[in-house]
Design a protein around this ligand. Sequence first.
Ligand code: ADP
Length: 540
Amino acid sequence: MFGLMMDRPLLLSSLVEHAEQQFPDVEIVSRETHGPLFRYTYRELAARSRRLAKALAALGVARGTRVATVAWNNHRHLEAYFAVSGSGAVLHTCNPRLHPEQLAYILNHAEDQVVLLDSTFLPLAEAVAPLCPGVTAWVLMTDAGQMPLQSKLANLLCYETLLDGQDDVFAWPEFDERTASSLCFTSGTTGNPKGVLYSHRSTMLHSFALSLPDTLSLSARDCVLPVVPMFHVNAWGIPYAAPMNGCKLVLPGPKLDGASLFELMESEGVTCSAGVPTIWLGLAQYMEAEGVKPATMHRSVVGGSAMPQSLIRDFDQKFGVEVRHCWGMTETSPLGTQGAPLGKHAALPVDQQYALRSKQGRAVFGVQLKVVDANGQDLPRDGQSAGELLVRGPWIMSEYFKGEKPALQGGWFPTGDIATIDTDGIMQITDRVKDVIKSGGEWISSIDLENAAMGHPALAMAAVIGVKHPKWDERPVLCAVKKPGQEVDKAAVLDFLGNKVARWWLPDEVIFVDSLPMGATGKVQKMDLRRKYADVLMSK
Ligand code: ADP
């Protein structure tokens, strides 16, 4: 017997409709690409999204057409989120930090017909356009006054001129909630990038989960600043969850340095935010140097790579910001786990509370987790047994765009991460399968070592790689960046680590570098380090 409830589809257009009716005056503040702040409201967002939907239809965008964006976090990008997906077309958010050849590859693979781009990326578009004959229109996200006098792009259009040509009378179409809504490619550190195709249903369920108290805890009293780019896994779903909950939304545009973010947080009364650890490191360094702390920002989610415990503690104690550690991937929409404490944790000594908070946390309802051994057998949830992390749920990918199969294991998605899960379901990532260090048949966790090294007061960043060793097969090597003006040497670092990790885990070499190679999504490119330092231990 079926229930007798209305079968209304979960469609993304309903979010902007809801915000228009319930939160018409709530502000959206956006940093324009050329500098100034732009402000409007959900009422105007909704009206302009409808006009954009009509303009795109006039350009031939139909159900299922792929429309790409190469853009910062700003109000026009937000309009594209609703106009494209709301029309039943597919929003393909592209990472502008990709190599031009990779960008051309994903534009062609997605078969994008229209590309919306910020003026910053015009030279990039001009470079890739000859490789992408399928793109029929390049739309510069600016007004007529800012259009270049000439461009190598023959079919370059102006965003605001397109909108000027339309009124806002438009009814969002209704269709199956399983329809594709957006497409995002994984960074593809090996081989070509692979597309993850989200649906209206998966994105909407993910938005509910993101709003929950133990995740981002969003409400109509919040002012949220997504630092995480809108080209990276839909800014972790904030552009959808903000209108769902009526949050004021602050979009930082291209200015992501500590000083600019701090100024924006203060001037707009930001209460919560989201971003990768390197962003929070930059902000912490700025606040430390200036001797300031945020007046209203009191919580943030962080993920994408491991947030060092020392930084979680600093944010708490020095700046009054609760940092909540989350784990996820492009393939998981991305929200998988969150690190909010359980009630019983309040009774633990403070050090243990921080140790728990630096783990990746508990599965968000909707996501199931397990760890398995090399034969695919389930491992116990004892906080000790490490194996590959498998996930499943309604916002976890089942296969890549255009049928590239990830070889699901019995209906579960293998993440490529190595983790433990404890009796409370708290998960800890110890490594990625490709980064784990195999020393004399035993595993050494590069993430644990990095976390410990980052606790050293003179170190700003740390990356540990496995390097070929004549006797042990592989041994750890630590690449570290010192904090500005700080001095420290190898012996002092090893001494410090000696109190924190097993002796046989201690890195065989410590290499001080000016900076670490960062990938397009804010992760250290360990492949580059492995290549560069491949032989440093061979003469030992
Ligand atoms: P890509 O897989 O292309 O690098 P993603 O952004 O999808 O891009 O990266 C997902 C990966 O990032 C995860 O599989 C995991 O290895 C890592 N990751 C994400 N969040 C965390 C976290 N909180 N702690 C440690 N690693 C994380």
